[in-house]
Write a protein that binds this ligand. Structure first.
Ligand SMILES: Cc1cc2nc3c(=O)[nH]c(=O)nc-3n(C[C@H](O)[C@H](O)[C@H](O)COP(=O)(O)OP(=O)(O)OC[C@H]3O[C@@H](n4cnc5c(N)ncnc54)[C@H](O)[C@@H]3O)c2cc1C
Length: 407
């Protein structure tokens, strides 16, 4: 499909040099649109390749329009997982309810997409890799914007000068920390930690999710199609964020094993698989809330600026929509200060609505008390006959402008 939007006129102005830190979702999406706007784009990623792994993610509402305009909607439809059922289990593994997966995920059947996070990252990377410079195995060490440009020293020792720098380096963004200070002041901890990894599908599961719960703990097995691999997910309530474990993989494995010791169903096997997993992703459920998303010539996009947490299922959709809006603002405004201001003005309400989903009951899948768990189970039994949930207004609350030409 031919991407829509106006073509940009770059013949009369010097090409803006933009450095993006992070090659996951928001970074490559921003790179694509900035290239369309005539910028010379470099992406630096600390990993050696685009990182695979992670739980399946959702692309919904406004973000569907972004990927359609990028021309990757057909590929993403091919990668769509199409989960059909979600079966909830109690402490000993007995079935509580088995419901249409869309009814609990808040997705619109037939419209919204659910893809492996690694598949989305790979499709975005393939879309831009021939037009954009990628520097893998590297990261920004120092960033000096005291002059008219941004002078960057990389960890590898190379030095380069850019007109703009954008941090697309995730919830624990180094770019944000170097500009705005420690993460703690912007991090809203939501009381949960989670561990995600893959393990063999020895259960014969297909296109479905099995979720086991006790108060404050959940274990899920997520079968992506008929693959011989499952995505395993262990989440638990933890009143204070375990900052130490965030920095140490062994401590993460020990913490998860301790929390789930003695648990029923297939949890002991999952914990063993976690011990051996080479793709473990551990993090806290939290949000990033900042008063501003830029400082001087440096801006933030995606989780680095406004992570909504996995509890909303909107991280990738915000990253895609935010990348489009930032590129559009930069294409429309040669003055970066005006561009960053327009980006914030147009995107902030959309972000706020999506971050607020956690306060509107999105976390009810993981109750922390026996009473709340029973209430949730009663609610789930009521969903058994429901085909799909109504769309959430927050998912489509942002209307995308036609992509702006460079002034
Ligand atoms: C491997 C992985 C697995 C994930 N799994 C899940 C999941 O299961 N569930 C979920 O809800 N969310 C998950 N996420 C987060 C999810 O991708 C984001 O919420 C969302 O897609 C927003 O994307 P983003 O590109 O803004 O940030 P992220 O996806 O977090 O990407 C940030 C990128 O920046 C890179 N990076 C970090 N620091 C630096 C640095 N200093 N220099 C250069 N590069 C840097 C990272 O390696 C990563 O590629 C995962 C992210 C990753 C990287």
């Amino acid at each position: 499909m031919t991407p829509t939007g106006l073509s940009t006129d770059v013949s009369t102005t010097a090409r803006r040099r933009v450095l993006i830190s992070g090659a996951s979702i928001s970074g490559p999406a921003l790179a694509y649109w900035l290239h369309r706007a005539g910028c010379a784009v470099t992406v630096v990623e600390k990993a050696s390749t685009p990182r695979d792994g992670g739980y399946p993610i959702d692309i919904r509402g406004t973000a569907i329009e972004v990927v359609r305009r990028m021309g990757i909607l057909p590929r993403l439809r091919d990668a769509h997982i199409d989960s059909r059922r979600c079966t909830f289990l109690d402490a000993d593994g007995s079935q509580v309810a088995s419901v249409n997966a869309h009814a609990v995920a808040g997705s619109v059947e037939g419209q919204d997409l659910e893809v492996r996070r690694g598949d989305l990252a790979a499709i975005l990377y393939e879309k831009v890799r021939d037009d954009v410079e990628f520097l893998f195995n590297d990261s920004i060490d120092t960033l000096d914007q005291s002059g008219q440009e941004a002078d960057v020293t990389f960890h590898s020792g190379r030095r380069r000068t850019f007109d703009l720098v954008v941090g697309a380096d995730g919830m624990h963004s180094h770019t944000r920390e170097s500009l705005f200070g420690p993460e703690e002041q912007f991090h809203r901890y939501l009381g949960y930690c989670f561990a995600i990894f893959t393990m063999p599908n020895t259960f014969g599961l297909s296109h479905e999710v099995m979720m086991w719960n006790t108060p404050g703990k959940a274990a899920a097995l997520y079968a992506v199609g008929d693959h011989d691999e499952l995505h395993a997910f262990l989440t638990f309530h933890q009143p204070e964020p375990p900052f130490e474990a965030l920095r140490n993989t062994d401590a993460q494995r020990d913490l998860v094993a301790t929390v789930f010791a003695g648990a029923g169903w297939e949890v002991p096997g999952m914990v063993n698989a976690m011990r051996d997993a080479d793709d473990l992703f551990f993090d806290t459920a939290g949000q990033i809330r900042m008063p501003h998303w830029s400082s001087g010539r440096v801006g933030l996009v995606g989780d680095a600026a406004y992570a909504p947490s996995f509890l909303t299922g909107q991280g990738s959709s915000l990253a895609l929509a935010g990348a489009y809006m930032l590129a559009d603002a930069l294409a429309a405004n040669r003055d970066h200060t005006a561009a960053f201001a327009a980006y914030e003005r147009d995107v902030r309400e959309f972000v706020a609505m999506n971050q607020a989903l956690v306060d509107n009951g999105a976390a009810t899948l993981f109750p922390t008390t026996a009473r709340a768990l029973e209430q949730r189970n009663t609610m789930l039994r009521g969903l058994v006959t429901m085909p799909s949930a109504p769309p959430r207004p927050a998912h489509s609350a942002l209307t995308l402008p036609e992509f702006a030409p460079t002034p």
